[in-house]
Design a protein around this ligand. Sequence first.
Ligand code: SF4
Ligand code: SF4
Length: 401
Amino acid sequence: MNILNLLEKVQRQIHACKGCSSCREWSWSDPRLPGFVDGSTKTGFEHICPVYPSTDGFESDTVRGKMRIMKGVLEETIQPNEEMVRKFFECTQCSNCTEHCPMTRQNKLDPAELIRMMRIHLQEEGFKPPQGIKYEVPHGPHSRRLPEDWIKPELLSSTSGLVYFPGCVISCSVYYQTPEIARDFLGLTTKLDVDINVITDGWCCGYQQYLTGQTPVAKELARRNIEGLRKMGAKILVATCAGCYHMFKNVYPGIVGEPLGFEVLHSVEFMERLLDKGELAFRHRLEKRVAYHDTCDLGRKHGIYEAPRRILRAIPGLDLVEMEQNRENSWCCGGGGGVKSAYNGLALGMGSDRIRQAEEVGAEMIVTSCPTCVWNLRESAENAASAVKIVDLVTLVNMVL
Ligand code: SF4
Ligand code: SF4
């Protein structure tokens, strides 16, 4: 693909940026700015881009500045350079800028997607992604990586068509950060007598490669995963990772150019269906003050805000509180878009901001629905010597069933 053509294809979007800076911060009290709440007693600004407060604060660190750089590259008045690589890879792809950009609806301007395209452009210009970013078909199939104790032979013999896809952060030895999520998901399906299989020929979903501008690698991984699932006769795929879910549901059909032929559910949707059927009966109480962290991929990218809260409210004894930035305004955990792999210090800084928000509302626990969020928030809490515990919703549900 001619990449300049790629930028030319989106030039209407690039030119649509009117430089308003709504993607940088909002005001609780200024009706001219996004975030305004009539009658709010709060004053001052909230940041929208979670990365910006951790930068030197140059214009090129803002989304508006990045739009200007792209315009310069498109018009060939600016040449790509190494510094530009850092600026465009210091982005978690959280889409909070897109959520707040007034030109999104009017002109279909999607700043987060433009940043992803610029990552492609920079690599086409010969620049390498920052160290730590994976840009090959990674690892082996999950079957070679999953510890045996998770996969009881009887689970692998199910022909129900319901298939679990754990994903790399949970199951791959390269990460292996949150293995309890797979154990707890399979623990709850066993307790509820759900007939489910686990993917045997599954690969990394390719989300990091996709977000860091390596679409051909992501496409190859998509092809392998779809083929493996079709061979298993999958009718419904359940992912506990919000990134894997987004890849299967929104990205795969586009990059492989055909429908998948099976339904894709996140574990939150799967559990909500069980709740609606009256099958998610909680036997234990949990006397804890809990805040739900909306993952960017499940929240802003799929609008799934109420389902996890419904499940949490149904747990006896649990006190659900909201952090200041929640739902579509949620603060990113800091771990996405390749940032945790390339700039871990930056990722932990964003995570610490989120931990502070949980402490401010007296939460003892943050519950979320993505292994990368669990991983980064957990390390951030440790770093900040915070007592706030971080768990995935499937872990909590398995605890009280
Ligand atoms: S996607 Fe998120 S991290 Fe990236 S520029 Fe937009 S607001 Fe900042
Ligand atoms: S990207 Fe959108 S919100 Fe940001 S400066 Fe441009 S028009 Fe404003």
